[in-house]
Structure formats: C-alpha cells, structure tokens
Design a protein around this ligand. Structure first.
Ligand code: FMN
Length: 187
C-alpha cells in the first residue's frame, strides 16, 4: 500500500548527502510536470526552471570553481568553491525562478505559487525515494551564479533544488504543536 499524503508530508526530510545512484532525466521532468498542478493565481504558472543534468552538472561545477577564483571576498570564494563541489555530487540541480513584477501583490502571489510548486515537487520526489535540498542563501543572490545559469534581471531565484538518491535519512526536527501558533476564534 502506498504511503498517505500525511505520511509523506511528515516523513519527508531535507537530504544533504547523496549517493551516486543515477536518476533518469525523464523521471525528474515527470515530477516537475506533476508539481505544476500547484495552485497559482490567474493560472499564471509563474515557475521557471533551469535544470543542470549530466554533463551540464559537470559544467556548472566547473564554472562555479572558476567563479570562486574570481571573487575577491575570501569567505564568499570559499563558499562558492564548496557549492561547486556539492553541485557535482547531486544528480541534478534545478534553479527555480519567478518573474519579477512591479506590482507587489502579483509578485507575492507568484512567489507563493512557486513555493507551493516546490513543496509539491519535494513531496513527489520523496515518494520516489529521491532526496532534495532546497538551497537558498547568498548563493542565489550572487551575480556570478546568476550569470552562469543565464538568469536575467527580470527574474528572481526562489531556490536551487539539488537532487540525489540517499542512504541515510536525517533525524526529524520536531515542529511546535500548531496550537502554539493558532489563534482560534469561535464566537
Ligand atoms: C525557503 C527555504 C530555504 C532553505 N534554504 C536552505 C539552505 O540554503 N541550505 C540548507 O541546508 N537548507 C535549506 N533549507 C532546508 C531547511 O533547512 C529544512 O527544511 C529545515 O531544516 C527542516 O528540515 P526538513 O526539511 O528535513 O524537515 C531551506 C528550506 C526552505 C523552505
């Protein structure tokens, strides 16, 4: 019997250490297609994707290594070098972007829709025993990284999804009981 959605939601973990088992490109594309059934306002479907896979992944890693040599800030250079290494250890790296919009309301809606898309994807991947790390931080604001990925100024990066098979599942980080966050109004 397949796991319930409840189980998948509760058991999914962020995976940061991948093994070398391959994942078929077509399987990833199918998961992305399924994820696109996420709710989105006015059916704008605001998710945009750049996927590095196979030799593309090697090229990304290589370009990141070069970038780390060009960055003058020593700390930043070290981090970029580390990411270059990480990108070569995953089976695919998917950069998810959203079009920028001067209309703040539209921008918020679209960012929310892309987050729903990503969560769909994380759960669908978990169901197929594919681990994902949703990476953000300074990396996604690094101009050199944007250039490597060919992301234009009119798009914001929501995250980089690093995918791979895995041997170990990290221990869960328990959540606070929702009652702590809930203001219930009954009358
Ligand atoms: C918007 C967002 C950004 C994240 N960025 C990072 C990141 O840059 N590096 C990282 O290791 N994990 C990142 N994570 C993963 C969280 O750290 C992770 O979800 C959290 O520790 C809870 O663990 P779990 O996903 O296994 O339940 C991010 C998650 C979200 C939703």
């Amino acid at each position: 019997m397949s796991a319930s959605i409840r189980d998948v939601i509760r058991e999914r973990r962020t995976i940061r250490t991948f093994n070398n088992d391959p994942i078929e490109k077509e399987a990833i594309i199918q998961l992305l297609d399924d994820a696109s059934w996420a709710p989105n306002h006015k059916l704008r479907q605001p998710w945009r994707l750049v996927m590095f896979y196979g030799k593309g992944n090697e090229s990304l890693s290589e370009q990141m290594k070069n970038l780390s040599k060009q960055v003058s800030d020593e700390g930043a250079a070290k981090k970029i070098g580390k990411m270059a290494e990480k990108f070569s250890q995953s089976q695919a790296n998917i950069i998810i972007t959203v079009p920028k919009d001067e209309n703040e309301m539209k921008q918020e809606e679209d960012f929310s829709a892309v987050s729903a898309f990503i969560q769909n994807f994380l759960l669908l991947a978990w169901e197929q025993e594919i681990g994902v790390l949703w990476k953000t931080g300074k990396l996604i604001h690094q101009p050199g990284f944007r250039k490597i990925a060919g992301i234009k100024e009119d798009e914001a990066i929501v995250g980089v999804l690093m995918l791979g098979k895995f041997d170990d599942v990290p221990a869960p980080k328990p959540r606070e009981a929702i009652i702590e966050k809930l203001r219930l109004i009954e009358a």
